[in-house]
Design a protein around this ligand. Structure first.
Ligand code: MG
Length: 205
């Protein structure tokens, strides 16, 4: 349970189950002791609000990274396309306006630092140790691997790496996040903190 939720989460577009939302909040609240939090794949801000509320309570900061052009599955003609988030003048997806509205409604403008860029370019000069990284960006193997390689290295000892959309059964969902999760475990750098629904949680050793 997230105390004093300032917005109705059911009205915010996104793909995050209530038990996953609560787990993100709780993990971030602990992880803030080790450093700020960074998420990859903010979309309309649903997970951003959960992590942001924890950072607000802990007096920390959330970096919210997303190019806001949508992942593969959000593009026109694809399964998760949302016409409300399509800019017909520019002929591109644009979730940034919706994201900003939701962050403002949640009272988190002083906590959340949006980074509107691709993962690799944002990471190029990154030098801030992080208490928690939440990977929920593109679900192609290339995108998921890029997110892992660019950001897992910045999680400090005792910090948390969270990965969304883990499906051991390929019939239930794409396998890229799960591949990255197994890679993190196999690296010997992380230990499992278990899984909440499709959210995998790891602690940096
Ligand atoms: Mg996801």
């Amino acid at each position: 349970m997230i105390p004093e939720m300032p917005v109705d989460m059911d009205l915010i577009k996104g793909f995050l189950a209530p038990d996953e939302a609560a787990a993100l909040y709780e993990q971030a609240l602990q992880a803030c002791a080790h450093g700020p939090v960074l998420e990859i794949g903010s979309y309309c801000g649903k997970s951003t609000i959960c992590l942001g509320l924890a950072c607000q309570r802990a007096g920390s900061t959330l970096f919210a990274l997303d190019h806001h052009r949508g992942s593969e599955e959000h593009q026109k003609g694809e399964m998760f396309h949302d016409a409300d988030l399509y800019d017909p003048r520019e002929a591109v997806m644009d979730s940034f306006g919706e994201f900003r509205r939701n962050i403002r409604a949640a009272g988190l403008e002083d906590v959340v630092v949006p980074i509107v860029a691709g993962s690799a370019v944002a990471a190029r000069h990154w030098n801030t140790p992080l208490g928690m990284v939440f990977i929920d960006g593109g679900h192609s193997l290339e995108a998921a691997l890029t997110d892992y390689r660019c950001w897992a290295v910045h999680v400090v000892r005792g910090g948390v790496l969270a990965i969304h959309d883990l499906f051991a059964d390929a019939h239930l969902g794409g396998q890229a996040p799960y591949a990255v999760y197994r890679m993190a475990l196999a690296s010997g750098l992380f230990e499992s903190l278990g899984q909440v629904n499709s959210l995998g949680l790891l602690r940096r050793l």
